[in-house]
Design a protein around this ligand. Structure first.
Ligand SMILES: *Cc1c(COP(=O)(O)O)cnc(C)c1O
Length: 342
């Protein structure tokens, strides 16, 4: 009989048990919320732990970070008060004049920030079509490019970029690779194992999954000088995830794999139903066998494509909004509120 006692726990079990959190004093299995804004020193007036002030972090957030680092196979993870603030810590710690390669189509907020910094003369940008490794290679400048940004699948086109190939291209140019795989969380895509240096997720989405937290998770394959700078930046900006939100995030992550599997099954049914529908021009979903990046998506997500897709209906914008209205599932605003000028 094989000895099963010391088998490693599955990622789903570790998530469900919040990485086996246990309060040694009480036996409690739920991490407490530590809200203190400041921390007293010890009898010798030395700092007791790694934090002395709220901006340094807190034990509740550290537990959430440990859970994500474990799931990612990361050396370390930092949680921020939103996905955007995590991205800004990376962007802000680039040197003036650094060259960055980004997809043409990506999450609008991150793209806007890159373009704002380019306009201010802080950064140089080059673009590639998401999923196109040759275009990515052409956009990289050996010895000059500091960062390659991959969003896979990219929002809202859901093109898939081969992360292992992107890592090769980035590293050959002397750049670091950051992946934003928010659409396929680390229970599906382990970007660091595929060669990414930084793995970013908006934890507002699948990781929390209850629409009551904004959070950004940044994980690193190997800590180094840049990681330290990012940590310092988070501290000075005060963008660490707060303890109450960390508590909610830990609660949310307990069911991540269940929610994500169900989202994938539902999405596959919806995408299959609407592909070729007479009223639909196109279904953009990497889980469909007809999707040009299907094979890469299958490999990179282990067949767990997630729930994000775009359905392009025939007709104009008004026709598309009519569809959303008649589906009844997307919560509509009350008529009076909708007509108010916000
Ligand atoms: C939502 C999202 C972000 C931004 O994260 P927030 O938590 O909303 O600040 C970044 N990238 C992608 C792909 C996203 O979906």
């Amino acid at each position: 009989m094989p000895d099963r006692r010391n088998r490693p726990l599955s990622p789903s079990t570790k998530l469900a048990q919040a990485l086996r959190y246990l309060d040694q004093d009480t036996g409690a299995i739920v991490p407490p919320i530590q809200p203190s804004a400041t921390y007293a020193r010890d009898e010798d007036y030395a700092i007791r732990r790694s934090y002395m002030y709220r901006r340094d972090g807190n034990p509740t957030t550290e537990q959430a970070e440990a859970i994500i680092a474990d799931l990612e196979g990361a050396e370390d993870c930092m949680l921020f008060s939103s996905g955007m603030s995590a991205c800004m810590s990376v962007i802000d710690t680039l040197d003036t004049g650094d060259h960055v390669v980004v997809p043409e189509v990506m999450y609008h907020g991150v793209l806007q920030q890159f373009q704002r910094y380019e306009k201010l003369g802080r950064l140089k940008l080059s673009y590639y079509r998401a999923g196109d490794i040759d275009a990515l290679r052409d956009a990289c400048r050996k010895g000059e490019t500091q960062l390659v940004w991959v969003e896979s699948p990219n929002n809202p086109d859901w093109d898939v970029t081969d992360i292992a190939q992107a890592a090769e291209v980035a590293h050959a140019a002397g750049a670091k690779l950051l992946t934003d795989c928010t659409g396929t969380p680390p229970c599906a895509t382990r970007a660091l194992e595929l060669g990414a240096d930084f793995s970013f997720h908006s934890a507002t989405k699948y990781l929390n999954g209850h629409s009551d937290v904004t959070a950004g998770a940044l994980s690193v394959r190997e800590m180094g000088a840049w990681w330290e700078e990012i940590e310092g930046h988070r501290k000075l900006q005060g963008t660490v995830l707060q303890s109450f939100d960390a508590f909610l995030l830990i609660r949310g992550m307990r069911t991540l794999t269940l929610r994500y599997e169900r989202a994938t099954l539902n999405a596959l049914r919806i995408a299959t139903h609407f592909e070729g529908h007479p009223q639909v021009r196109k279904v953009l979903y990497p889980g469909l066998e007809s999707h040009p990046d299907h094979e890469i998506a299958k490999r990179q997500t282990h067949g767990m494509y997630g729930g994000m897709m775009s359905i392009i209906v025939k007709g104009d914008e008004a026709a598309a909004i009519d569809v959303a209205r008649s589906v009844g599932c997307f919560i509509p605003p009350p008529r009076s509120a909708a007509s108010r000028a916000w």
